[in-house]
Design a protein around this ligand. Structure first.
Ligand code: UD2
Ligand code: MN
Length: 537
């Protein structure tokens, strides 16, 4: 359904005063029909969200120079923006505030349409209510298209965003989560960059909306987006070049998240988000690799600010997949299986020979069946677009990932006989982690990395060290030579010897770990990594 009509007469604030009254009525009508939800359902405070209203002022979080700059923009007739929002079980008040912030803080001449996809939410009347009320309030805004879509069954965020993108008719598409508030002036800095290079994709700097208080805080512009070899997203430190200002747009190996803007034509040429990815996860990493390798670029633009609620846990269930039943239970959740499935597609599609790194860190991915009918299509796409190989990405886009590889001696699970070294979280978080041996296939079995510094670290950057009384411990990895001494290991055959004490890692009693004098024949002292780097062998 597309609602378009009437004439919009902005007052000095840019908005028709009647809109405020209509908006208040709409807010009351939409929010008062909200179903009851159990406490904590959304992983943010529903109570506060319901009390904030449809629109609120936000602190200015961009650098002050951003406001004084004039942006070189394309004619609005050449830069229409379609916004695609897919949601599954979002609070009514939250979704409404996301939409209203967009309409109010986007110059009318650029905002072409909003495409809102309900990915089979429990609240079955939400979309109809939105349709009715938003139509009434904003139909007066002459050129704005409102398109509402419902998925007959739950299809996930990736499929739904593609569905929206197929229908979009603007020059640019902004993908947005359903719990965001755009800040003043968010659009122009992004548009300016996109207009400079049609193969660019841009991200705003994401500000932080606190899930408990919904207070709005400034995001950090000294970070860029990246990922590790298990294909999990990571923030990376941004280093400023000489004379580079912190508010200047900067290149990023990956998106800082799924909030991004790209030309529609280019997105279509790139064949959308990979439609083989399921439900949630990995699509922005995949798009990032695809962009960089196939002639595109990614920038984060700090003068553009959009607030997002970063939640600690998923607020939705993942449908369990028939193909995953074996992998789902009981050790792995559907969320983890889905992410693993998606990561495997990325590894298989783009990592070339480096996919061995991924499999070493995620051995369970080997058993996941993939529907590989698309391989040929992908090969053809790479050929047509003359895409680089992944090695190019390591040299030209993400030296971090390359350094990570170059300084690594061995990685993956660390196996002793039929068990693996496991840094288990203890119930009392103050007690740190307990070191034991556990099944190599258990849900969160630790992936270790042995570095050229001699340090043996977990993915959370805790290093295995030796403390008082020669007890093994896990501490934050030391950065200086002196502090590092307690954390240094050297390999003699398959033994791991602690350099300072000359004692070896040992498993003399079932599942317990100790340090003991080294005995070359002792099987209990033999530890093997899942992946040895080539130069070691
Ligand atoms: C991040 C990204 C998100 C996406 C995701 C990985 C940011 C700000 N967010 O996760 O854009 O890239 O990583 O896929 O970086 N949703 C559906 N159907 C579903 C599940 C979710 O429509 O089956 C919606 C959901 O209501 C939300 C959006 O998808 O609007 C993203 O989900 P999220 O907010 O749980 O993901 P987030 O922010 O942890
Ligand atoms: Mn989100």
């Amino acid at each position: 359904m597309i609602l378009k009509s009437g004439i919009f007469e902005p007052n000095k604030h840019g908005y028709n005063e009647n809109v405020d009254v209509d908006l208040l009525n709409a807010w009351n009508a939409i929010v008062s029909h909200s179903p009851q939800y159990p406490e904590g359902f959304f992983q943010y405070s529903l109570h506060i969200s319901d009390s904030l209203g449809a629109f609120r002022g936000l602190p200015t979080t961009s650098h002050e120079s951003c406001n004084f700059r004039s942006y070189t923009l394309p004619e609005s007739s050449q830069a229409k923006v379609s916004v695609v929002i897919s949601f599954h079980n979002e609070a009514r008040s939250m979704l409404l505030r996301t939409i209203v912030s967009l309409i109010r803080r986007t110059p009318e001449e650029y905002l072409h349409e909003l495409i809102i996809v309900d990915d089979k939410s429990q609240d079955a009347t939400l979309l109809d209510d939105l349709k009715r009320w938003l139509g009434r309030v904003f139909a007066t805004q002459s050129r704005l298209g409102l398109i509402f879509l419902t998925n007959q069954e739950r299809r996930g965020l990736i499929w739904s965003r593609n569905r929206g993108a197929i229908l979009a008719s603007g020059h640019y598409i902004l993908f947005l989560d359903s719990h965001c508030e755009v800040n003043d002036g968010w659009l122009k800095p992004l548009l300016e960059r996109l207009a400079l290079n049609p193969h660019m994709a841009v991200s705003p700097l994401l500000d932080l909306i606190d899930p408990e208080t919904l207070s709005y805080r400034r995001g950090n512009e000294m970070l860029k987006g990246g990922f590790d070899w298990s294909l999990h997203f990571h923030w990376l430190k941004r280093r400023l070049g000489r004379k580079e200002r912190p508010e200047a747009p900067y290149k990023s190996p990956s998106f800082s998240g799924g909030v991004l803007m790209i030309s529609r034509e280019w997105f279509l040429k790139l064949k959308f988000f990979n439609p083989n990815l399921k439900i949630w996860g990995g699509e922005s990493i995949e798009l990032a690799i695809k962009l960089w390798l196939c002639g595109g670029q990614i920038e984060i633009v700090p003068c553009s600010r959009i607030g997002h609620i970063f939640r600690r846990f998923h607020a939705f269930e993942f449908p369990s997949e028939r193909d995953f039943t074996e992998l789902n239970s009981p050790e792995r959740s559907s969320a983890q299986s889905t992410y693993l499935h998606n990561s495997k597609i990325i590894a298989e599609s783009w990592l070339d020979e480096y996919k061995n790194m991924f499999y070493a860190l995620k051995p369970a991915a080997k058993g996941i069946p993939l529907n590989d009918t698309t391989t040929e299509e992908l090969q053809q796409f790479k050929h047509e677009r003359d895409c680089h190989r992944f090695q190019w990405y390591l040299w030209n886009v993400s030296p971090e990932l390359r350094f990570n590889l170059e300084k690594l001696s061995a990685t993956g699970t660390l196996q002793n006989e039929d068990r693996c070294l496991y840094a288990r979280n203890q119930k009392d978080s103050k007690k740190g982690r307990q070191l034991i041996l556990n099944s190599c296939y258990s849900k969160d079995i630790t992936q270790w990395s042995l570095w050229s510094t001699g340090q043996l670290s977990t993915q959370r950057e805790l290093c295995l060290g030796v403390g008082l009384g020669r007890r093994l411990s896990l501490e934050p990895c030391a950065r200086t030579e002196t502090l590092r001494q307690a954390q240094q290991w050297v390999r003699t055959g398959t033994h791991l010897m602690h350099t300072a004490t000359h004692l070896c890692l040992d498993n003399p009693i079932k599942d317990q770990l100790e340090l003991n004098p080294c005995r070359s024949q002792a099987v209990s002292q033999s530890f093997q990594f899942a992946l040895e780097m080539e130069r070691q062998t």
